[in-house]
Design a protein around this ligand. Sequence first.
Ligand code: ACM
Length: 636
Amino acid sequence: MKTFCGLICFFLTPLLLFSQSNTTIAIIPEPVSVNRTSGEFILPKNIVIEAGSQTDLKQVISFLKDRLSVPTGAHVSVGTSNANAVIKLMLNKSMDTKLGKEGYQLSVTPKNIIVRANQPAGLYYGAQTLVQLFPKEIESAEFVKNVRWFAPAVEITDYPRFTWRGLMFDVSRHFFTKQDVKLYIDKMVRYKYNILHLHLTDDEGWRIQIKSLPRLTEVGAWNVNKTGYFGTFSPPAADEPRNFGGFYTQDDLREIVQYAKERFVNILPEIDVPGHSLAAVVSYPELSCTPGADKYVVRSGEQIMDWSHGAPPIALVDNTLCPANEKVYVFLDKVLTEMAQIFPFEYIHMGGDECPKNFWEKSEDIKALMQREGLKTMEEVQSYFEKRLEKIVSSKGKKLIGWDEILEGGLAPSAAVMSWRGMKGGIEAAHMGHEVVMSPTTFAYLDYMQADPVIEPHIYASLHLNKAYQFEPLPDGVDPKYIKGGQANLWTEQVYNMRQAEYMTWPRGFAIAESVWSPKEKKNWNDFVRRVETHFDRLDEAETKYSPGVYDPIVSVKRTVDKQLKIELSTEIEGLDIYYTFDNSFPDRFYPKYTQPLTPPKDAVQLRLVTYRGKKQVGRLISITMDDLQKRAPIK
Ligand code: ACM
């Protein structure tokens, strides 16, 4: 018997150990503390959830019910108190200060699962973490056969580092429907984001119904559908139909606000003024300083700015509201009155970025305003506008937040700043005692390319996952009390549909989520990559699109002293091999492996690359012409 047991144990122990260590936990964003305990919780066929009776728990319960029943086929019932409950959602009777408003404790044992929190939001985040503990098939929208539904036993304590964990969705450059916005909310809350900033107006479309200003959506919400590279489209002809776009009615927006609220998300609405306002100017040309604005049309992606001199741009059409025109302030008062009634969030974003000044410079009205108010520069003119705007926003019981240009020429006393041109504006505003949200292009711009330009929809800059992961919202030497948190921004000039919106958001949205939720000292690139790869499998199950760009090779082109091309290759992820060829065929792992910088053969026309992990191709095939490589390292 002893020998028999010895043999069994000899064979079984490694298997048991393997199955235990194989249940590697991969939570994004990484929690404050995770302690793996022994055993696992097996999901029964009949799941009883015990929860309090608050209506605030409706979404927590419905989220859990959906995930735990649809893919598993289990039956889920919910009660306020039940001895058979295997999942208990408990609100603390007395406040656990460490957990705050959004923290939670999650205990998974072989017997049951308990989520505790001070507030419903904490239970919601605990439920999100719990779902991430189950096998990836839990993400499926359909029943999945032959899965062992279990979660590893674990004790987790978790709470966010920052209260502002935002994503911005530009619904102006391209319009996204109410259903699209709800879908975006569903995906963002999985990673514990709690603010959705909707960029509702721009040169390409005014997307919010303002009942007292009907032309904003009758005229301002529509342009011409074009395909190609936005920004370079031919100017639309008079006979091209202006039927592309759309807007949200106030009822739509109330529905979105409610949907978001049930998922513990605040909606931050943005009206971008005084620049980026062509849709408003076209609707009401009297808001412009420039004669002839009544001939303008809502932009369909044709060139309207000259960026060749840097920022601010030179406008080719005047897309600004006129700070010297009293009608503009009456207009903004009307807009803000209606907005304040739709959006309960304490902030309203009033834009302020990239306002061209060249038409203002020519305006007699602006000259008169400058004289009257003692304004010396165009930045001071914008500052005058922002200060008046802030008074209107305050009069509606809201706080103004704006892009960091609102600092130029003097910041309005209670304005908060969203720092996008790097961290500098945010640091300056925090030193002046203003609230700040960091959303720098350098780390948090989701419209930027995330892999080689040759395979990405082209845009003027790149942001790879490893750079996004370096986002640190709290710079050294800044008082943390002014840094509310951070945000990633998805501008949609080149984003035409939801699949592309998802592709641009994930996985960089993971990196930003971890930067705003997890303790700084818990961030670890290699471990993050491990978890990202696990979540790629989960997104596959959920049929959510993401960019696999992190597997692609990074190409860096240099010149030798005798001006020959020198091509250096690397990968973001450790442990990948790069195979290449200049012979126009398709490389695989039987081709030359990259080990040192490459010099192209004299008559080569293209370089082709692919990455492998062991025998498995992981990166996409990249083909770059020699002309392109030459342009990447111009001879000086
Ligand atoms: C911005 O990206 N113009 C705020």
